[in-house]
Design a protein around this ligand. Structure first.
Ligand code: K1U
Ligand code: ZN
Length: 164
């Protein structure tokens, strides 16, 4: 088991865009295992490779005791129907929850650990977590999606916490 350090805001790696995985190897599978160990240890229900300092397009998700790993995930469809929901982020502060508006349903295309093409339609919490993790791969944090007043308040709260 390998629990990796989770990068925290304002670490610049969290603002970077991750690059597509060109070849799925044993190293990729080991990284996925370490990411899963890190997510369960936190605990969390999702994790993107940027959050452990690796700029590769890989995410892991587990919302109902079923681990899913997606390589080069691409959200190919977003429902017009959106919903506001509270989100935590292991790279911000899991105690802080921010209201984020997301599509209720999405379709995601990706590769699995064996390099097979997979397609998934998700709704509810899974759709939300997938959008959150793909945002990480694109260097976007929930702070960037927060209402400006909320963002200001959360940044103040984080500055106080970091100073103490
Ligand atoms: O990517 C991350 O920072 C992980 C994040 C994922 C996420 C949570 C909620 C909505 C969208 C995306 C977390 O897992 S924060 C922790 C959390 O939500 C949780 C932890 C333990 C049990 C249940 C939830
Ligand atoms: Zn996050």
């Amino acid at each position: 088991m390998a629990v990796l350090p989770v990068r925290k805001f304002p670490d610049p790696v969290l603002k970077e865009k991750a690059l597509p995985v060109q070849e799925i190897t044993e190293k990729t599978r080991k990284l996925i295992k370490d990411m899963a160990d890190t997510m369960y240890d936190a605990p969390g229900i999702g994790l993107a490779a940027n959050q452990v300092g690796i700029l590769e397009r890989i995410i892991v998700v587990d919302i109902d005791e079923k681990l899913m790993a997606f390589i080069n995930p691409d959200i190919t469809w977003y429902s017009d129907e959106v919903e506001d929901g509270e989100e935590g982020c292991l790279s911000v502060d899991p105690q802080i929850h921010i209201m984020v508006s997301r599509s209720l349903r999405v379709r995601l295309e990706a590769k699995n650990e064996k390099g097979q093409e997979i397609e998934l339609e998700a709704d509810g919490l899974l759709a939300r977590v997938l959008q959150h993790e793909v945002d990480h791969l694109n260097g976007i944090l929930i702070l960037d999606r927060a209402d400006p007043e909320v963002r200001k308040k959360v940044l103040k709260e984080l500055a106080i916490k970091m100073g103490s």
